[in-house]
Design a protein around this ligand. Structure first.
Ligand code: V47
Length: 366
């Protein structure tokens, strides 16, 4: 593989990676431009194995989208409905949302991941009561809830600062922030594809604040639509810069664009080769982020498995009841059992490890 990396003209980048030297913007662009995908993957794999060996993480989680009513108009979104009462719009009562967790009392869940539309009419107490209720039902469960975009929306709607919102939600039980809403940070793209929600700087400011308040978070990148490779690298470097400041990001999650049932449906979905490359480049550029997650619902199960040799060390989890991707055409199952995930990882020659949200090991399979 080393000679393959050399032949691909990536010998200097390999040396930098081996020496723990930081890659530059130009290095990142070259990693995208190099035709030999396997060489880029091999380089990312060296780094992946240096950090994690064969270890590959997943968790026992559940997803909940309490409402799809959303004032933002993101061209890529198939999930949102503009107003309550629009066809397909829904908002769960608190009882309905809590019941989703109660009905899984037999499952050894460690995490609930909540992402919602930006609903214009709900009171702030809906969200604090939601968290409080979850903690009462399952005090042991980690609440990874509300993207930075939702936090910004709450602050503006309820007349609070971002910090007040975070503090109130933490008081109600919030444990960490998911990475959604990042899309692509570059203004050119963001302006076109995601209007009506907070900009890149505020997204990053809110993650900074969350980290300063003691929470961890994830960060995503929606790729495979109208962004350029330069804009992908710019996105990664903005993440890297904030991570230098706070160290609070746990995982970087590339999210493959799904074109069904949304306003960008004329675009093709990213290919498997592009998906593998994005994970690999992320592993190499984000030298200060511990984990690269291949979210199997977004990549597809088979490509997620292959990504474990292209820089990824995490597959997310059991998921259950995901709507955002399935409404946009994801053909993956709604859920995977822990057995299925373990098999997938082991069949790829990797070692499955169940983790909790903070990457503490829950159990392992020999
Ligand atoms: O922000 C919406 C994306 C995100 C589409 O933090 C789409 O562990 C592709 O953030 N095609 C929400 N992507 C999901 C998310 C996430 C997923 C897994 C793990 C974590 C984590 C976070 O989904 C949105 C947006 O970028 N999205 N529509 C679409 N048509």
């Amino acid at each position: 593989m080393r000679s393959r990396i050399q032949s691909a003209g990536l010998g200097d980048i390999e040396q930098k990676v081996a020496a723990g030297e930081r890659l530059t913007f130009a290095d990142g662009v070259r990693l995208f431009d190099t035709p030999d995908l396997l060489a880029v993957g091999a380089l990312a794999n060296l780094e992946r194995e240096r950090r994690h060996g064969a270890r590959t993480y997943y968790n026992y989680n559940i997803r909940l989208e309490a409402t799809n009513v959303c004032t933002a108009s993101c061209l890529f979104c198939s999930f949102a409905r503009l107003k309550p009462g629009d066809p397909g719009a829904y908002t769960m009562s608190l009882e309905q949302a809590w019941e989703k967790l109660r009905s899984r009392s037999h499952q050894p869940l460690t995490e609930i991941h909540v992402v919602n539309g930006l609903h214009p009419d709900l009171p702030f107490s809906y969200y604090t009561d939601l968290l409080d209720g979850f903690k009462k039902i399952r005090p042991d469960i980690h609440l990874k809830c509300f993207t930075a975009v939702e936090i910004a929306f709450f602050a503006d709607l309820y007349g609070m600062t971002d910090e007040q919102v975070l503090r109130e939600l933490m008081k109600a039980g919030l444990d960490s922030l998911p990475g959604g809403g990042a899309e692509i940070f570059a203004e050119r793209v963001r302006k076109k594809i995601s209007q009506g929600k907070c900009g890149a700087d505020r997204y990053l400011d809110i993650h900074r604040l969350a980290h300063q308040l003691g929470m961890r978070s994830n960060v995503t990148m929606l790729y495979g639509h109208i962004e350029t490779n330069d804009e992908r690298i710019d996105h990664m470097l903005r993440v890297r810069a904030l991570q230098d400041e706070t160290g609070g990001f746990q995982a970087f999650i590339p999210l493959a664009f799904h074109p069904d049932n949304n306003q960008m449906r004329k675009l093709p979905a990213p290919t498997a080769a592009d998906t593998l490359r994005v994970h690999a480049v992320a592993r190499l550029m984000l030298d200060n982020v511990a984990h690269i997650k291949a979210f199997w619902v977004a990549t597809g199960v088979d490509v997620a498995q292959a990504a474990l040799w292209f820089g990824a060390d995490d597959l997310d989890g059991t998921v259950q009841e995901e709507r955002i991707y399935h409404m946009a055409g994801s053909s993956t199952p709604e859920t995977m059992t822990t057995k299925q995930i373990q098999r997938l990882i082991a069949a790829a020659g990797r070692q499955p490890l169940e983790r909790d949200t903070l990457y503490n090991i829950v159990s392992s399979v020999a």
